[in-house]
Design a protein around this ligand. Structure first.
Ligand SMILES: [Zn+2]
Length: 459
């Protein structure tokens, strides 16, 4: 059988009692028959039963012949900034819109890499009245970075409209960890890069000292807190690695790593973030092609389309970094694909950066990574779903290793038509047993944009 669980009418407003603010359109027991579940077995077909929002049965029911609908866990965005301005006019979409943008594209888990506490109250309030369960979110609270140095350079992160903690001495870390934890942060984000992208490009930021960096890695490990570090160059990555860091928020962008480099970085994991960095070098035609995909008009601020229509030349030319950023993106992609082959790639986007839209850009990222190499398609899908989900659980402190596709686990998944491009929307998205009704989601977003705030928040 093809297709998702049955559709249901919107929840009856009148039945919402004061004690039950959250009203999801819960589906009755439903069975998908004969779907492929490649994350469990590449060759078998399965019958999958869902009841009360969880899987109750996932059992082999035949042999795959090819062409069958595939069931995968929902996508995990592993590098987002929910409260940063993704729009070209520097506005921040209402978190209620952001949550729906993710759901629309089949992204059911989001790792926020700093800033979420700015919108957490609005996010939680929205989730209580949403007809669809919001994506689950893991966040670090805020990032830590370096103090302003003698040359007047500031630590990376403070240029964004979201607070970060600056570390001068070891004792500052304890305060940062405590306040992040009080805000619901479950991992540590360390900003380390000096902003160099390619050999010869300018130093833009101050950096944490080796002493503070080592201390930070050690304390995080002692307290069982996963630490993610933001580096650009191979040298920065090696320094951070030698100080104890193993998780990198971007792949290396100043050179394509060779076998010896990878050996030096054994066990290191990297998040791809091509979608967040490519808007700087894109032409008007490339923007229009990118924004012409399904889902853009339905979920994003149309003002972005008007904006890029007026672009005469890429911003990289204006800012003198067209060649270096283009080269950086090529190095990042090659390094990300090697990490993929090693099983150490996490698919993320840096969404919240200008032009890196929530939800939409994850599908762009998959396509940017794939390029013209069709052989990596399935591996990318696997890392963006199963791999991303394992990472999400780890950042939230769940190291049980229990996979997302098993009886008892939340019925959160996408159905995909085999053979379609990675930019294609899933056939359907189900979150905790609740089908995401895409036209209704698009209407809900349009309704929020039609309010006095135009669907924006001021932080
Ligand atoms: Zn980022």
């Amino acid at each position: 059988m093809r297709g998702g669980p049955r559709r249901h009418r919107p929840a009856d407003e009148g039945r919402r009692g004061p004690m039950s603010a959250t009203v999801y359109r819960q589906a009755p027991p439903a069975t998908l028959r004969g779907v492929a579940v490649p994350a469990l077995d590449d060759e078998a077909l399965f019958d999958v039963t869902t009841e009360d929002g969880v899987f109750t049965r996932i059992e082999p029911s035949g042999t795959r012949h090819g062409g069958e609908t595939e069931l995968w866990p929902g996508y995990t965005e592993t590098h987002a900034h929910v409260s940063l301005p993704a729009n070209w006019d520097d506005t921040v979409d209402d978190p209620r819109i952001v949550a729906l943008q993710y759901l629309y594209h089949g992204v059911t888990h989001v790792v926020d890499m700093f800033g979420f506490p700015l919108v957490s109250d609005a996010w939680e309030a929205g989730s209580r009245t949403s007809p669809w369960p919001y994506p689950e979110i893991a966040h670090c609270g805020y990032a830590v970075t370096a103090m302003t140095n003698a040359a007047g350079l500031r630590g990376h992160g403070v240029e964004f409209p979201a607070p970060v903690h600056m570390l001068a001495v070891e004792a500052d870390l304890d305060h940062a960890l405590r306040t992040n934890s009080e805000r619901g942060g479950t991992f540590l984000k360390v900003m380390f890069t000096d902003g160099t992208e390619q050999p010869g490009t300018p130093v833009r930021f101050s950096r944490l000292s080796e002493r503070v960096l080592k201390f930070t890695a050690r304390i995080a490990a002692e307290r069982g807190i996963t630490a993610v570090i933001d580096c650009n160059t191979l040298q920065e990555t090696l320094w951070a690695y030698d100080c104890g860091f193993r998780l990198f928020a971007h792949s290396v962008r100043d050179r394509t790593l060779d076998a010896a480099d990878w050996k030096r970085l054994e066990g290191a994991r990297f998040v791809s973030t091509l979608a967040g960095l490519s808007p700087m070098v894109m032409t008007r035609e490339e923007f229009l092609a990118d924004y012409g995909r399904e889902g853009f008009a339905e979920t994003q601020d149309r003002g972005n389309l008007d904006f890029v229509e007026g672009i005469e030349k890429p911003f990289g030319i204006e800012y003198g970094c067209q060649e270096t950023r283009t080269a950086a993106l090529a190095d990042m992609r090659r390094n990300a694909l090697t990490a993929l082959r090693h099983g150490n790639l996490l698919v993320g986007t840096d969404s919240g950066n200008t032009g890196a839209y929530h939800g939409y850009s994850l599908l762009s990222e998959l396509e940017l990574l794939r390029g013209d190499d069709a052989s990596v398609t399935e591996a990318l899908r696997r890392q963006a779903t199963v791999g991303g989900r394992r990472y999400f659980d780890e950042l939230r402190g769940d190291t049980s290793g229990a996979g997302p596709l098993r009886p008892g686990a939340q019925a959160t998944y996408n159905l995909h038509a085999p053979g379609r491009p990675l930019t294609a929307l899933p056939l359907s998205t189900v979150v905790q047993g609740v089908p995401v009704d895409r036209p209704a989601v698009a209407r809900a977003i349009a309704d929020l944009r039609a309010t006095e705030s135009k669907g924006k928040v001021a932080l």
